[in-house]
Design a protein around this ligand. Sequence first.
Ligand code: PLP
Length: 465
Amino acid sequence: MPAHRRSPIAASPPPRIGGPGGFAGLAAGPRTELPEDGLDGELAYQLVHDEAMLDGNARLNLATFVGTWMDRPADRLYAEAIQKNMIDKDEYPATAEIEERCGRILARLWHSPEPDRTIATSTLGSSEAGMLAGMAFKRRWQARRRAEGRPTDRPNLVLSSAAQVCWEKFANYWEVEPRYVPISEEHKTLDGHDLERYVDENTIGVVAILGVTYTGMYEPVKEIAAALDRIQAARGWDVPVHVDAASGGFVAPFLQPDLEWDFRLERVGSLKAGGHKYGLVYPGVGWVVWRTADLLPEELVFRVSYLGGDMPTFCLNFSRPGAQVLLQYYTFVRLGREGFRRLHGNSRDVARMLADGVAKLGPFELWNDGSDIPVFAYRLAPGYTDKWNLHDLSAMLRQRGWLVPSYPMPDSLTGTTVQRIVVRNGLTHDLGLKLLDSLRASVAYLDSLDGPLPHPGTVTPSFHH
Ligand SMILES: Cc1ncc(COP(=O)(O)O)c(C=O)c1O
C-alpha cells in the first residue's frame, strides 16, 4: 500500500482482512466508549461495514419514500462532491449557483407567478422545509395582528389528523396550537369539509397534503382553498394554504399535470417537496418555495457572503451537505420532464399492478389504489381471520427480505390497521411480481395455522410517520 494511503494512526502494517489472524484484529472491546487506540482503516471499515450488513436491504424497503437508487454517474458525482458544505457559498460558488437554478426550476414547475424572483431554498428534507414555511406563516400572522392592535398569543394551524409528524414538531417547537381535522371513512383526507369549525382569526394557515404519508392519497387542495374562500367571504379571515407536497410535488407535475394544487391556486402561499423522495435523490435534500418573495418576512432572512456580495439564506442549519443539491440538478438535466414522466409513470404502473394483485389475494381491502403517488394501503377485510394480523404478515414478509410496515391509522381511525407499500424508482415490474409471490406464500402459511398466533402484551412492530 503506498505510504500516503496508510492511515496516519496505523503504527504497524495493517492486518490482512480474511488472512491469517485478519478478523482477529476486530477483537471484542467496548463499543460505547472512545477506544484508546485506533484501528487500521481497512479493519475499521470492516467493523462498521459488517455491523451495517444487519440492516434491511434498502431496495426492498417499501416503508420509505426516500430515494434508495441512483444511476452510476450520479454515484460518481456524489462521491466527488461529498465534501462540499452548502453554506460555503463564497467558496463553492458553482454549487450555490446550481442551488439557485434548481430553485428557479421548481418555482416555474409549480407555477409561481414570479419564478425568477421568489424565494426558493433547499433544506435537509421536507421537515426543515415545513418548519420554515410554518415560521413564515406565524410571523406574517403576528405582523398583521400587531398592525391591527390584536393579540398574538394564541396562533393555531389547521391540518389533517393524518399529517406527518414534522407538523406536530413544528407546533410544539414554535408554540402553535395544532388543530387536527380527523379523517374518517367518509372523509379519507382533509377535503374542506367542516373547515369552518376549525379555522378562526388566530389561524396562521392550513396545511394541505399532496400525498398523505399514511396512504399516499392527494388532499384536494383546490377544494380546501375554495372552502377558505367561503370562510373569508363570510368572516373576513384571509387564511393562506401551505401544500405539504413532500411526496406529490415531484409526481403531480408529471403524472397529473392538469391537477391544480400549486401556485395556480392563489391561496397557496408556499409549498414544499422532498428532493430525496420522488425528486429521486439520496437522503438529504428538500425544497420550499414561496409563491412570491413578499410572502417571506424579511426579518427571517439571513445573509451570507457570496462573490464579494451577499446572498439571502433561510434555513435552520448552518452547515449541511452540498452534494445532494448537485444530485438534484443532475436529476433535472438527466431526466428532463419526459424522464420524470417515464420513471414515475412506471412506478405508478407497478403500484397499480400490485394494488390489483393485493385486492385479488382475498384477505385484503384496498384503502386506495396507488393512482395518486405510487403508494397504496390496504387492511384486512373485517372478519377474515382471527389467526393472524397485518403485523404478523409484516414479520413474514421481513423473513423474505421485504420491509412492509403495518400501523394504525390516526386518531378517529386508530382501530384500523393498514399496511402500506411505497413504490419507487427501482421497484421493477419483475420485483413487484416477486413481492406478490411473497405475499401469496405468506398468506397461505398464515392461513394454514391451526390456531391464532400469540400476541403477547402490546408488543407490535413500531413504525413512525
Ligand atoms: C407528507 C410528508 N411531509 C413531511 C415529511 C417529512 O419529510 P422528511 O423525511 O424529508 O423530513 C414526510 C415524510 O415522509 C411526508 O410524507
